[in-house]
Design a protein around this ligand. Structure first.
Ligand code: GLV
Ligand code: MN
Ligand code: MN
Ligand code: MN
Length: 412
C-alpha cells in the first residue's frame, strides 16, 4: 500500500501559466517551436524549478531533458513520466506542458511527502514532439528509443533552412555544464499525462481517461513540379500548372479517404505554392499529408494508395512522393493500464477507458518499456488551437492518479 502524495492544484496551475508566458500569443495561445529560443527558455525554467528543489538535471544527444529523484536502490532503472514543451505555431497552454508539469508536480509531492521509492523517478521533457518545425515529430522519444537514427533526425531542415542539428547545438550551448546522458538508458516504465484533445471525457463528465492505445499514422511529403509561365499569355496546351495538379491530387485523396464510419483522419496541413505571384503560373507546389487510422490493415490499404493516386492526377507535371513517417497502432502495456486503474480506484477518481487519436511520445516508449497514458478533459475537446483550455481540478485529478501510479511502479 502506498501513501497518497499531496498534489497542490494551485501550484500546478501557476506553473502552467508561467510556462505559457514563454512564446505567449496575443490570442491566449502559445508559439514555442521546437529548439527555438522560446523552447530553450522553457527548458531552463523547468531546470531552475528542479534545481531549486535539489533534483539533478541532465540532457542527452537529442536534447531530451531529465529531472531525477534518486531511489533507495539508485542502480535500478527509473520509472519515468513526462511529455513535451514545444508547441504548435498557434498552440495552446496545455498540449505537452501538462504532461511535463504533472510529472514535475507529482515528483515534488512525492518528495515533500517524504516517500522513499525503491526505483528512481524521473521527469522527462522530450524534444520536438509536435513536428511542426522539424519533420517528423517525436524526435526526442524516437531517438531515445532507437526508432529513428539520430543522424536522420538531426538532418531535418526547417522552412528557413536551419537544420535540427544547428538548432539543437544552439540550445545545448546555452546550457553548458549540464550533465549529458546517453540515448536509450534503461527505463523500467513510462507514464504520460496529456489533455484529451477530443471531446469524450468532457461529454461523459469524467475527470480522467485511462488510455488503452494510440491509432497509427503515416505522413507523406509531396512535391509537384510544373513550369512557371506568364498567366496572361500562356495557352492551356502549353501550361504545366503545379497548383492545378496538386489540387486534383488532394481532391482525389480526400475521396479515397472518405469512410462511412468517419474513422479515417486525413489532413493536408501545409500547402505551399511557388513563386506565389498572382500573374505567374505556379511552377512548384509542396504539400504534406497526415493520415491516421486505428487499424493496421486500413492504415496499410489506404496509405499504400497515396503514391498511385498522386501520380494519376499529376497531368503534365512531375510529382515525387516521400513517406516521411510511419507509425503502427499501439496498445499500451496491460500491467501499466491496470496500475493506473488501481491507483484511480484507491483515490476514488472516476475514469473512462479510451484510445488516443493524437500521437504521443508514449507510443515510442511502449516499444522499449511498459508504458501508459492518462488523459484529462479539455474544453470543447479543442486542441492545436489558441483557445485550448482545461480545468485546474481536472489537471490535479490526473496528476493525483499519476503520482499514485508512479509510486506503485517505482516500488514494484
Ligand atoms: C501531435 O500533436 C500529433 O498528434 O501529431
Ligand atoms: Mn502533445
Ligand atoms: Mn500536439
Ligand atoms: Mn501529439
Amino acid at each position: 500500500m502506498t501513501s497518497i502524495p499531496y498534489i497542490d492544484e494551485a501550484r500546478l496551475w501557476k506553473r502552467h501559466m508561467a510556462m505559457a508566458k514563454i512564446g505567449a500569443l496575443p490570442g491566449g495561445g502559445v508559439n514555442r517551436p521546437a529548439l527555438s529560443p522560446g523552447d530553450a527558455q522553457s527548458r531552463s525554467l523547468l531546470a531552475r524549478w528542479a534545481e531549486d528543489l535539489g533534483f539533478s538535471v541532465a540532457t542527452d544527444p537529442i536534447g531530451n531533458l531529465f529531472v531525477r529523484r534518486p531511489g533507495a536502490d539508485d542502480s535500478l532503472a527509473p520509472v519515468m513520466s513526462g511529455s513535451h514543451l514545444d508547441t504548435q505555431p498557434t498552440g495552446g497552454k496545455f498540449d505537452g506542458a501538462f504532461g511535463v508539469l504533472a510529472a514535475f508536480e507529482a515528483l515534488q509531492a512525492i518528495h515533500e511527502a517524504g516517500i522513499v521509492t525503491k526505483r528512481p523517478i524521473e521527469v522527462v521533457s522530450w524534444t520536438n514532439e509536435e513536428g511542426s518545425r522539424f519533420q517528423p515529430g517525436c524526435s526526442g522519444s524516437s531517438a531515445f528509443t532507437g526508432a529513428i537514427p539520430l543522424d536522420r533526425i538531426l538532418a531535418a531542415v526547417d522552412r528557413d533552412g536551419i537544420s535540427a542539428r544547428d538548432a539543437l547545438a544552439a540550445v545545448l550551448s546555452s546550457e553548458r555544464g549540464m550533465a549529458m546522458r546517453p540515448l536509450g538508458f534503461p527505463v523500467a516504465a513510462y507514464l504520460e499525462c496529456h489533455i484529451e484533445q477530443g471531446p469524450r471525457l468532457e461529454e461523459a463528465g469524467i475527470p480522467v481517461g485511462i488510455v488503452t492505445g494510440i491509432q497509427g499514422s503515416r505522413w507523406f511529403a509531396v512535391e509537384v513540379l510544373g513550369d512557371e509561365a506568364h498567366a496572361g499569355t500562356t495557352p492551356r496546351r502549353n501550361r504545366r500548372d503545379a497548383l492545378v495538379a496538386a489540387v486534383a491530387m488532394v481532391s482525389a485523396l480526400e475521396r479515397l479517404m472518405l469512410d462511412e464510419e468517419d474513422r479515417v483522419r486525413f489532413t493536408v496541413g501545409r500547402f505551399e505554392v511557388q513563386p506565389g505571384s498572382p500573374n505567374t503560373i505556379p511552377g512548384r507546389v509542396f504539400f504534406t499529408i497526415d493520415f491516421r487510422h486505428p487499424e493496421a490493415s486500413t492504415l496499410k490499404r489506404l496509405g499504400d494508395q497515396v503514391d498511385a493516386v498522386c501520380r494519376a492526377h499529376a497531368g503534365p507535371c512531375a510529382v515525387t512522393i516521400e513517406e516521411t513517417f510511419h507509425s503502427l497502432p499501439t496498445e499500451f502495456d496491460p500491467t501499466v493500464v491496470a496500475a493506473m486503474r488501481g491507483a484511480a480506484e484507491r483515490l476514488g477518481v472516476r475514469t473512462l477507458d479510451l484510445s488516443s487519436g493524437a500521437l504521443h511520445d508514449a507510443k515510442f516508449l511502449q516499444d522499449v518499456c511498459p508504458s501508459g497514458m492518462l488523459f484529462v478533459p479539455c474544453e470543447g475537446g479543442i486542441s492545436h488551437n489558441e483557445a485550448e483550455n482545461a480545468k485546474p481540478s481536472d489537471l490535479a485529478d490526473g496528476t493525483r492518479v499519476l503520482a499514485e501510479t508512479l509510486v506503485a511502479l517505482a516500488n514494484a
